[in-house]
Ligand binder design. Structure first.
Ligand SMILES: Cc1cc2nc3c(=O)[nH]c(=O)nc-3n(C[C@H](O)[C@H](O)[C@H](O)COP(=O)(O)OP(=O)(O)OC[C@H]3O[C@@H](n4cnc5c(N)ncnc54)[C@H](O)[C@@H]3O)c2cc1C
Length: 460
């Protein structure tokens, strides 16, 4: 095949085509979906990425950029007969400028590595997805990833200053720059969150923040999930703007305990609230928070006395997703948003749906911004259980829409949610998005089949 000959000439042994070599790339963290690509290429320089895209374009072959493959929506699933451009070897931090508080990184740099390298300068990279020890900045940019601390600091989009991108047509463009104040339209902002549909990020300029002077981390146990949800509304009504507000329910607590022994109290629900900033501001906030939590019906309240106790609280929360694997052979991680004033209502309804479908649902989520992550537990070996779990997960998304929210907060649409796009947007809105895609990618090569529902589904 001509395309394979050209890729071989460029990549040599870094072109993978054998069945055993391709197997690790067949799916991402949404393992229910699987697809065999034609080939995987492992570029080590951005020029090779550009050349790979140009070769694909000449042959009309679709391609998928891949970071660490932790997408939970099938975003980095290969396209059948297409090429996977795996970016993990592009993992250099090209520039770290403490004075300008920015870093220029290659797309395969792992999220946590940016903060690790910025730490000696008292700086860090704020967006903190739970996958941050593994997921890449390129993947984070594509999905506009968030994390526990995005409540105060915003998502990835708020921390990207500029991008170098290869478009699906093989052109290299620079979007944005190094400053917070750009001139003209916010094109780099436009690129963030487009799920690899408009090209591949080759270099990313990131904003770094000074490390907060102080933290105050509170853990409160509640007799019900709704009570914890109500407490979130109280905290936000009080005028406090914590760094993070997270909730875990009983199943998630049990899983986290079994996995990392975080030392959590036994409870129906746990609320984690973290204040951060200058020492005085945090001390004042802590007094206010204590009053609010005292009035919220918490059964037990703990305050982290030192950094080790703070880390223990976060370790349990950050491990909760993967820890749920201990409770069930299979699970679907759902990602939807509700207005935070309607959290308690949403949680009640999820409990009712869980009973109606006869499937357990564990909840662990970014409560401060209403971003729910119900984990639907099922056993794929039992006939019909996957279908039931998918139907329940779908009902939860519809619930989010009914309450005025969104079908995704941070995991993207990918493959998993493309059928729901038409429930959130009108045909006119979807057509406008498709026109943008077609304008920049007339052959539909970049991440073909993702995000937009296939025509027969869209008009069903
Ligand atoms: C245990 C666990 C916890 C998670 N927690 C969170 C969380 O708290 N918050 C959150 O937001 N997400 C979370 N995720 C989801 C996932 O980690 C994020 O979506 C992450 O950004 C994906 O990064 P990745 O490097 O694995 O990208 P991949 O999965 O490889 O790719 C993701 C998407 O990005 C595209 N892409 C990759 N690189 C580029 C590039 N250079 N240019 C253009 N497109 C590109 C791919 O084509 C694909 O569409 C979690 C996942 C797991 C498994």
């Amino acid at each position: 095949m001509e395309i394979l000959r050209e890729l071989k000439a460029l990549f040599g042994p870094r072109l993978l085509t054998k069945e055993a070599e391709l197997a690790p790339y067949e799916s991402d963290a949404l393992t229910a979906y699987r697809e065999r690509p034609l080939a995987v290429v492992l570029p080590e320089r951005k020029e090779e990425v550009v050349e790979a895209v140009r070769i694909c374009r000449r042959h009309g072959v679709p391609f998928v950029a891949r970071g660490s493959g932790t997408s939970l929506s099938g975003g980095s699933l290969p396209v059948r007969g297409g090429v996977v451009i795996a970016l993990n070897r592009l993992n250099r931090i090209l520039k770290l400028d403490p004075k300008a508080r920015l870093a220029v990184v290659e797309p395969g740099v792992v999220n946590l590595e940016v903060s690790r390298r910025a730490a000696p300068f008292g700086l860090y990279y704020a967006p903190d997805p739970s996958s941050q020890p593994v997921s890449t900045i390129g993947g984070n940019v594509a999905f506009n990833s968030g994390g526990a601390h995005c409540l105060r600091y915003g998502m990835t989009a708020n921390h990207v200053l500029g991008l170098e991108v290869v478009t699906p047509e093989g052109e290299v463009v620079r979007l944005g720059g190094e400053g917070l104040e750009g001139v003209g339209p916010d094109l780099h902002g436009f690129f963030v969150g487009t799920e690899g549909l408009l090209g591949i990020a080759l270099e990313i300029t990131l904003r770094l923040l000074p490390r907060p002077e102080a933290y105050h981390t509170l853990l409160a146990a509640y007799p019900s999930l709704e009570a914890a949800g109500e407490a979130v509304a109280r905290v936000l009504r009080s005028g406090l703007l914590p760094g993070a507000i997270e909730i875990m329910d009983r199943l998630a607590i049990e899983a986290a305990e079994a996995a990392v022994r975080a030392g959590y109290p036994k409870a129906e629900a746990l609320l984690i609230v973290e204040l951060e900033g200058e020492r005085e501001e945090v001390a004042e906030g802590a007094r206010r928070l204590a009053e609010v939590i005292a009035e919220s019906g918490a059964e037990e309240v703990r305050i982290a006395r030192d950094e080790a106790e703070r880390q223990a609280i976060w370790k349990g929360r950050k491990a909760a997703f993967s820890a749920v694997g201990r409770l069930s052979p299979d699970y679907i991680v759902q990602d939807g948003v509700v207005p935070r004033t309607r959290l308690a209502e949403a949680l009640r309804e999820i409990g009712r749906l869980s009973e109606a479908y006869g499937l357990r649902v564990a909840n662990v989520f970014h409560a401060g911004d209403g971003n729910l992550h119900p984990l639907v537990l099922y056993d794929g070996k039992r006939p019909g259980e996957l279908e039931r779990a998918e139907a329940l997960a779908g009902e939860i998304l519809r619930l989010c829409l009914r309450l005025g929210g969104s079908i995704t907060g941070e995991h993207g649409v990918g493959m998993e949610k493309r059928a729901y796009l038409a429930e959130m947007f009108s045909p006119l809105e979807i057509a406008a998005m498709e026109e943008v895609k077609a304008g920049l990618d007339p052959l539909g090569l970049a991440n073909r089949g993702k995000v937009f529902p296939p025509k027969e589904e869209a008009h069903a």
